[in-house]
Each structure stands twice: as C-alpha cells, then as structure tokens.
Design a protein around this ligand. Structure first.
Ligand SMILES: NC(=O)c1ccc[n+]([C@@H]2O[C@H](COP(=O)([O-])OP(=O)(O)OC[C@H]3O[C@@H](n4cnc5c(N)ncnc54)[C@H](OP(=O)(O)O)[C@@H]3O)[C@@H](O)[C@H]2O)c1
Length: 381
C-alpha cells in the first residue's frame, strides 16, 4: 500500500485546504441502528454512558484510564493485554468489568463504543485494522502508523468500513492550543512568518532492549516518531502542508534517530524549525513570529495551559491562561465520544486528511535522515 494509492489520497487531502481538514462525514451505515452505534437507533433513547476499551496496558494507558474516570458519561468497560495477569490487575484498578489476556478477546465482553490503542507504534496498524474490520471506532495513539504507507492503508480501511478513526494527537484538543490557533487566524499577531518548536528529554536506554520502544528500531524507536511528531504537528496546525522539507539527524548504530532537526518551508515562504532530541532536556518551547507580535506558547507546548503575546521589549506580555483537566487526555476522549455519538466517521478538528499530511512529512523526513525500520522496503514508505 502507499505508492499510487497513497499519492492519490494525499493529493486529495492537500487540495482540501489542510489544516482545516475535512468537514466531518456522517456514517450512513451507522445511522441505521447498529450494535456499535446504539445512540443513533431512531427508536431508542440515547445511552448515557459511553463504553471504552483499551488495548496495551503500559504507561499511557494508565494516564488515559485515569483521565476517563473524570469524564462523567464515560466508562472503561474492557481492557486487553498480552498477559491475563496484567489485564486483570488493570481492570481491577480502573473498575473495568472485562479483562482479556489477548487483544482480540477484548471485544468478547460488554458493548464497546470506542477503543483506545495504546501499544508501541509498530502494532498500531495491525490492531487498528482488526478493530476497524469489526466496526469498532478507534482512537489510536500517535504516530497513527509507522509510515505514510501504513497510514494510507489505515485510512482507506476506515473509509471503506465507514468506521470512526482518529490519531490521538491530544494536543490539538487542549483549550490553550485551540485558542492559539483562533488568535493567529484572527490576525492577532499580524502575518505569521515563522515558528520554532523543540521537544527533548534525556531518554535512558532500557536494559530490556526488546521492550525499548524509544531506541529499538524494531519497535519504531527514535526521537522523530516519539516526540519529533509534536513540533511538526504544531507547524502543520499553524501553516498547513509544507512545500519543502529539509532534515538532518544523528542516528544510533542500529539506525534510530536521537537528535533530529527538521526545517519546513511553506507556499507563502514561511519557515518552521522543529527540533527533537533524546540526548537532553529542552524547554519544549514554541514561538510563533508574526509581523506585529510574537506568540509564545508556554512550555511544555504540547501540553500547554497558556500563551503570551509579545509586542516588544517595552510592552508587558499579554498573558492568557486556560483550564486544564486531569492529565489532558480527557479533551480528546470527549471529542471522540461526541463524534461517535453524532455518527461521524472522523474528527473535524484532527481529520484523517490531517494525519495523512503529517505522516507524509514524517516519512519524507525519515527518507532524508536515512531511518528505515526493519522489514520496510524503501519504495513502500
Ligand atoms: N499521547 C501521549 O502523550 C503519549 C505519551 C506516551 C506514549 N504515547 C504513545 O503511546 C504508545 C505506547 O507508549 P507507552 O509509553 O505507553 O509504552 P509502554 O509503557 O511500553 O506500553 C506499551 C504497551 O503496549 C503493549 N505491547 C504490545 N506489544 C508490545 C511490544 N512488542 N513491546 C512492548 N509493549 C508491547 C504492552 O502492553 P500489554 O503487555 O498489556 O499488552 C505495553 O505495556 C506509543 O505509540 C507512544 O507513541 C503517547
């Protein structure tokens, strides 16, 4: 997959004025009463509680499950792990009634209205396809797939089956970042010229390399897909799809990128500088330069609670602060619930076209820095 099909999908996405994305589509199949979309049955009363499942019970699954407890009309009902013991312990901790010792068996229990896929990057494609083919709406962790080819296949499957799919780019749903975009679109800083964003931390390699999803290329390891995705996402959020892409990186002996600089240029000449590193802590700052002012997104920008507009050294900064709830994942969870309940098959805020554009950029960057995952033929990216 990828190749011609991917290019065609991408061209269509590009021409639909990214980052506005697609208008949400309503799933006609879902509108006829289906067990997956019971809210939409014409004769039934709306179901108050939205049933979630989680696959892969690691670090981020705990954060998401903790946040779900704060969403009034949501309940975690099923969890799936490669280990029955881990599934049972997790289910007990968060009150899920069904604990499965395999991902497939997760759906053998109560009704599931959406599943959150929280496994390493390398299994996102396979698990997403499994769920989509069963008609189960999917919120899949970032990166949606390992490559443009994988993402193309996942999106085609979602569209063919008429089943909801969204990449869990949670930052897109944070109130502060939603407002940053509308401030910029309203001309609050004038003509936007450039952006600089960084994301770095000291990533200690794990002793059990087989589970080291940061450094092990077989698990999609490297800075780019783990954290570099955020600055590049921010650039796309502000400027849309890039016209040209330049990148340089330092790689480990096994070929994972650990220190990666990406420069993007846009149709109007605008520039974005995106840096990610596993070699040290950075401020995780984002600064957007406009012709009348600059906008500083408070660090860490991908989980920001506010921003400041800077008009010059003699003018006090205009500070804006926003509500933040839980760990920040409940904003995306609520967005998915709203979409699925409305019968939409993708998000208007972070559409499948948006993911396609993002993954085209990420895959081009990998080509430029020479990162190829095991088993990945160069022409299939
Ligand atoms: N949105 C965010 O802020 C954020 C933050 C961190 C990570 N993430 C994303 O979330 C995903 C998971 O990250 P994480 O930090 O939660 O990873 P993690 O702690 O290693 O957990 C991943 C889980 O996936 C399952 N798994 C399936 N195949 C595996 C394999 N071959 N090796 C290791 N684990 C495997 C395991 O659960 P079972 O043993 O229960 O099956 C494991 O606990 C990644 O794609 C990452 O990019 C997002």
């Amino acid at each position: 997959m990828g190749g011609a099909a991917g290019a065609e999908l991408y061209e269509a996405a590009y021409s639909r004025a990214v980052p506005g994305g697609l208008r949400p589509r309503v799933n006609a199949r879902a509108k006829r009463a289906s067990p997956i979309y019971p809210y939409l049955s014409p004769n039934s009363t709306p179901i108050a509680t939205f049933h979630w499942a989680i696959l892969g019970l690691g670090k981020i699954a705990h954060s998401f499950a903790t946040d779900l407890q704060r969403v009034e009309d949501a309940k975690l009902v099923a969890v799936g792990s490669r280990s029955q013991e881990r599934a049972s312990a997790f289910a007990k901790q968060y009150g899920a009634e069904h604990a499965a010792g395999s991902y497939g068996a997760t759906f053998d229990g109560p009704r599931v209205d959406a599943v959150y896929i929280a496994t390493p990057h390398t299994s996102h494609r396979e698990l997403t396809l499994m769920c989509l083919e069963r008609g189960i709406p999917v919120l899949c962790e970032k990166p949606l797939g390992l490559s443009f080819a994988e993402v193309t296949e996942m999106i085609e499957t979602a569209r063919r089956t008429g089943t909801y799919l969204m990449e869990a780019l949670w930052s897109r749903f944070l109130p502060a970042l939603v407002e940053v975009k509308s401030m910029i679109d309203s001309g609050a800083i004038g003509q936007v010229e450039s952006l600089r964003a960084d994301f770095g931390f000291l990533g200690e390699p794990r002793e059990d390399f087989d589970r080291d999803r940061l450094y092990n290329p077989a698990l999609g390891g490297g800075a780019l897909l783990d954290i570099g995705i955020y600055p590049i996402w921010l650039a796309q959020y502000i400027f849309g799809a890039p016209e040209s892409i330049h990148a340089t990186a330092r790689l480990t002996e096994l070929g994972a990128d650990i220190d990666t600089q990406v420069t993007l240029r846009y149709a109007g000449g605008e520039l974005a500088h995106c840096y990610s590193t596993l070699l040290g802590i950075t401020k995780c700052d984002a600064l957007i330069l406009g012709s009348e002012a600059s906008l500083h997104i408070h660090p860490r920008f991908h989980e920001s609670r506010g921003y400041s507009i800077l008009r010059g050294k003699d003018v006090p900064p205009e500070n804006h602060y926003h509500a933040f709830e839980g760990k920040g994942y409940l904003f995306e969870a609520r967005a998915v619930m709203k979409d699925v309940r409305a019968g939409r098959t993708e998000s208007a805020q972070w559409s499948l076209d948006d993911s396609l554009v993002l993954h085209r950029t990420l895959t081009k960057v990998r080509e430029l820095i020479g990162v190829r995952y095991p088993g990945e033929p160069s022409e299939d990216r």
